[in-house]
Write a protein of this length. Structure first.
Length: 394
C-alpha cells in the first residue's frame, strides 16, 4: 500500500469534538463569539449594549437544554449551562465589570494542539469493550500499516503539525478558573497561521485564523462542547459526538468530514493561563477517546475516490452486510502510472479489498447495541500551547 493510501487512516484518526454538529445558532458569546458579529465586525460596545451580556440558552433557543440524569445515590445530577457562575472579565466579559476592551472581543482564549500521538490498545484512553483495557483499534491499525510500509504514522502527524499543515484550535467561553470551573464551553476548529510565520506557534506565541470549513452555514463552530468542566485542575468533556473536519492527504489539502461518537477529552489546565478574549490557554497530559463508524470511515474514502477521474465505479466501497464493507463489483478503473498516487491505490482491486478486509477486522465498538461491531475505537494523547485567534481565513 502506498504512503498516500496509509494517509487515509492518518486523517481519519485525527479528529475530535462536539456535542451536536447540527445544533442551532448560539447567542452572543455562547459559542465563543456570535457569528453575526464575526461577519459584520460589530463592536464590543454594541454587543454589550444590545444584549446586556451573554445570552442564555433560553434567550437563544439553543437546543442544548439543561438535561439531568439519576446519580448512583438516587439524587438528580443537573447538567449546567456553560455560563453558570460566570462573572468578571473572563471571556465573554461581564458588561458590568468594566473590563478592558479585549475582554469583549470576538474570540475567546485559545489553545493550539502542538502534539498529537495515536496510541495502541492497552495504552490509552477509554475502555469501549468492557474488558478492563483501554481500546484504540485505530492505533493498532496504523501501527500495523506503518510497520508494513516503513513510514511511522505518528511521525507524519508530527510533521504536519510542525509545518503548519495541521492546525487544531481549542477556543473557550465561560472559562474563568484553572482549578475548578463547573461549566464552560469548548469549540474545536481547524486553523491556519495568520502571518505565514509559523515558528512562534509551537511555543505558544502564535496568532491564527479559523478555517471557514470548521464553521457551519451560520458561521458557528461545527464542533463544540457546551458541557465541559474543570475539576481539580483537569479539564474534561465526555459523552458527546462531533462532525470533525480532517486532513486526508499529507499536505492537508483535501478535507472531509466524519462523525466521532462517544467522544471524551481531558487535559490538565496550565494554571498560568489567561481567560480573557484573545488570551492563551495551555493544556498538558491530554487524552482523547472516541469511535468512528465504519459507515463514516468508508464514506470519507468514497468521497475522496469520487475525485479520481480514472475510477468509474462509484461509490467505491459499499456495505455488503451488517457491519461489513467491501469493494464495489465490478471495480472499473483506468488508473495508470500517470494517475495520482492515491487514485492508483484506491483503483487497484487488490489494494481496495485489502483496505476493506483490514478495516472490517479492526472494528471493535458496537455503536447501536445490535451485537455487531460497527466502529473503530480511537485513543490519543495530546498537548496544547497557548494561541490567539484573530479572525476567519479566506
Amino acid at each position: 500500500m502506498s504512503l498516500l493510501g496509509l494517509l487515509l487512516f492518518i486523517g481519519l484518526a485525527l479528529g475530535a469534538c462536539s456535542d451536536d454538529a447540527s445544533k442551532s445558532k448560539s447567542g452572543a458569546g455562547d459559542a465563543g463569539a456570535d457569528i453575526e458579529e464575526r461577519a459584520d465586525g460589530a463592536s464590543a460596545d454594541a454587543r454589550a449594549e444590545d444584549s446586556g451580556g451573554p445570552d442564555t440558552r433560553e434567550d437563544t433557543g439553543g437546543d442544548v437544554a439543561q438535561e439531568s440524569s439519576d446519580a448512583a445515590d438516587g439524587s438528580e445530577v443537573v447538567e449546567l449551562p456553560p455560563q453558570t457562575g460566570h462573572e468578571g472579565c473572563a471571556y465573554p466579559g461581564d458588561p458590568e465589570a468594566e473590563c478592558p476592551p479585549w475582554a469583549y472581543g470576538d474570540y475567546g482564549p485559545a489553545s493550539f494542539v502542538n502534539y498529537f500521538y495515536i496510541e495502541k490498545s492497552g495504552t490509552c484512553c477509554a475502555d469501549f469493550t468492557g474488558n478492563g483495557t483501554d481500546d484504540s483499534a485505530m492505533g493498532n491499525l496504523i501501527s500495523t500499516l506503518s510497520a508494513v510500509i516503513g513510514v511511522p504514522f505518528n511521525d507524519v502527524i508530527a510533521a504536519q503539525i510542525a509545518n503548519g499543515n495541521l492546525v487544531f484550535l481549542f477556543e473557550y467561553a465561560y472559562l474563568s478558573d484553572a482549578v475548578n470551573d463547573p461549566a464552560l464551553q469548548i469549540n474545536l476548529m481547524l486553523g491556519e497561521d495568520s502571518d505565514n510565520y509559523f515558528g512562534p506557534n509551537m511555543n505558544g506565541e502564535g496568532y491564527f485564523n479559523i478555517k471557514p470549513e470548521s464553521l457551519d452555514a451560520q458561521g458557528n463552530p461545527k464542533s463544540d462542547f457546551p458541557t465541559a468542566k474543570v475539576e481539580n485542575g483537569r479539564l474534561s468533556v465526555e459523552g458527546g459526538s462531533a462532525a470533525i473536519l480532517i486532513p486526508l492527504n499529507i499536505d492537508g489539502s483535501l478535507m472531509d468530514e466524519v462523525q466521532v461518537e462517544r467522544l471524551s477529552i481531558s487535559a490538565d489546565v496550565d494554571p498560568a493561563s489567561e481567560f480573557s478574549g484573545g488570551e492563551r490557554v495551555a493544556l498538558n497530559d491530554g487524552e482523547l477517546a472516541g469511535a468512528v463508524s465504519l459507515e463514516d470511515f468508508f464514506g470519507a474514502i468514497n468521497k475522496m475516490a469520487a475525485t479520481c477521474d480514472c475510477i468509474a465505479s462509484q461509490p467505491l466501497y459499499v456495505e455488503v452486510g451488517p457491519g461489513e464493507w467491501g469493494c464495489v463489483e465490478p471495480l472499473e478503473s483506468t488508473c495508470g502510472e500517470d494517475s495520482d498516487a492515491l487514485c492508483k491505490t484506491l483503483g487497484n482491486r487488490q489494494q481496495c479489498e485489502l483496505v476493506a478486509t483490514v478495516v472490517n477486522r479492526s472494528a471493535d465498538v458496537d455503536l447501536d447495541a445490535d451485537a455487531i461491531e460497527d466502529a473503530l475505537s480511537l485513543g490519543a494523547r495530546f498537548s496544547a500551547v497557548g494561541a490567539s485567534i484573530v479572525g476567519v481565513g479566506n
